[in-house]
Design a protein around this ligand. Sequence first.
Ligand SMILES: Cc1cc2nc3c(=O)[nH]c(=O)nc-3n(C[C@H](O)[C@H](O)[C@H](O)COP(=O)(O)O)c2cc1C
Length: 167
Amino acid sequence: MNNFNQILPKELNQNPFSMFHNDWALVTAGTIDNYNTMTVSWGGVGILWNKDVATIYIRPQRYTYEFIEKNDLFTISILPEEYKNALTFCGKFSGRDYDKAKETGISPIEADGLVTFNEARLVLVCKKLYHSDINPEHFYDNEIEKHYPLKDYHRMYIGEIVTAYNK
Ligand SMILES: Cc1cc2nc3c(=O)[nH]c(=O)nc-3n(C[C@H](O)[C@H](O)[C@H](O)COP(=O)(O)O)c2cc1C
């Protein structure tokens, strides 16, 4: 993490909408010897229970889901636009079948015992606080169901942002 600066969440000077939706992010859980990562573009940051939090939504069939379930912490790494091809790969193929870092050339590095990537421009280190599975009975808009032809409703994880790093 030599080329990163540790910052407080409130020092983030990042539009929370473009952070996930325009730039995409990698969610990573596990240790440097045994981790998995995947691309996400749905999520957010905010305040809950007087804590700085990040929220992600992970479908249960993702390999990364198993790693998030087994570990107390995960990282959210925002990579610059030039890595969109790498993030497309990490969002299309599973870590069950490929070594994503090897295939895309991105470099996993250790951060606080967790894993992020040297190419990241912003890293949020998150500690799981809560999860809840999306319940279709609670949709107010029937349109939402079109995102779930397989009925694979996301698990929402709310994580406390315990540390953040930027460059
Ligand atoms: C731009 C983009 C955004 C994505 N966002 C999410 C997301 O928020 N939640 C999710 O469960 N899957 C999302 N995916 C799909 C996963 O990244 C994809 O299924 C990935 O291959 C899972 O890898 P894994 O099996 O190694 O965990 C997204 C894919 C792309 C390309």
